[in-house]
Write a protein that binds this ligand. Sequence first.
Ligand code: OFO
Length: 168
Amino acid sequence: MLDKQIEAALNAQIEMEAQSSHFYLAMATWAETNGLNGTSAFLYRHSDEEREHMLKLVHFVNERGGTARIPALSAPAAEFDGLKGIFTKLLEHETKVTASINEVVDLCLSRKDYTTHNFMQWYVAEQIEEEALARTIMDKLAMIGSDSAGLYLFDRDLEMLEPAEDGK
Ligand code: OFO
């Protein structure tokens, strides 16, 4: 049976992953309507992956005898300040997700729940990849600056870029 405190922490993480999916979906649709088709394709995939992260937690909680709660979500921003604005927000958000995952891992250790601790290691590794990818994207954007040919190629390259892991 899942410890109640662990169950609550995992349900909070379910909400965070769902909110991430929602957030990246809003960015994707903004990019799609602002001529950034490569960025939009990348962000739609990213949004789908966050939903997979959420589902993985939902199944784990239910399989361990807990009850997964599907949360209400807050509406994300509808406007973004260009590519730099999008990826700045994405990196900020992923940093918060990492902190939240670390708290769950910490709780697992203090409650001696080694099964959930083991399960959470997948998320720890995933966050390393996601943060690294977001930082690489920010570095590239800093290099490109306001060069429109560079921004055009950057957007085109994002079309093929996989958002870190496949979430499966
Ligand atoms: Fe779920 O990895 Fe990003 O948030």
